[in-house]
Design a protein around this ligand. Structure first.
Ligand SMILES: [Fe+2]
Ligand SMILES: [Fe+2]
Length: 210
């Protein structure tokens, strides 16, 4: 892997952030919902599904920011490679959520630049502490995201398209958490885990509506 200076890495991060704001990302793998039929949802069900998928989309925007922030400050090359690899996989999640929002005639969160910046700063700070803390932060984030995605029953029962995307994403978030744990993640203190959970609740409230 090529060695970059901190300035190079910062420019790459900025470039990736700008790309995310300029249009839907391109998925490398097929959307798990492609073979599903569109359900006949009532306007209320459609609005609800869109709100939930907007939350998931925000989660993926934050995942991009988090991974980029962490990769910027990672010390070990192999950790940086793992983070960049996971960030590429998360691009598919982001693209699938964005496609589903479009199908539901909905938009992404207006607050995405704000979420991106916040998650990027958090990832960078975690990376500055140590690689193992950064991995611990990542593992905990992925576990909390997977737990959130397990709440499939919140989606309308007949919305098989959204459900297929969420189910696939959940499997992969659990795999990301497992990879981080195997790479040496430390378990974060309980107050940090609780704070992360509280912050996620705050984010979900806003993302569902705006
Ligand atoms: Fe994801
Ligand atoms: Fe993930």
């Amino acid at each position: 892997m090529q060695q970059y200076s901190l300035l190079d890495k910062l420019i790459i991060c900025l470039d990736k952030a700008l790309h995310l704001t300029q249009g839907p990302p391109h998925a490398c793998r097929p959307n798990p919902a492609d073979s599903m039929h569109e359900a006949d949802l009532t306007p209320q069900e459609r609005r609800h599904a869109a709100g939930l998928m907007r939350i998931n989309h925000v989660g993926e925007v934050c995942a991009q920011a988090l991974y980029q922030g962490q990769a910027l400050t990672a010390r070990a090359i192999e950790i940086e490679e793992k983070l960049q690899h996971a960030a590429r996989e998360e691009i598919d999640h982001l693209a699938w959520c964005q496609q589903r929002l479009t199908e539901l005639n909905a938009r992404p969160s207006y607050l995405n630049p704000f979420w991106y910046l916040g998650a990027w700063l958090m990832g960078m700070c975690a990376g500055m502490i140590s690689d193992r803390t950064s991995l611990g932060f990542l593992a905990e984030t992925e576990q909390q995201v997977a737990a959130h995605l397990a709440n499939l029953e919140k989606l309308p029962l007949q919305d098989k398209k959204s459900r297929a995307i969420v189910a696939q994403m959940r499997l992969e978030e659990l795999q990301h958490a497992h990879t981080a744990e195997q790479a040496g993640a430390v378990e974060l203190p309980i107050f940090v885990r609780r704070s992360m959970h509280f912050l996620a609740q705050f984010m979900k409230w806003w993302a569902y509506r705006f």
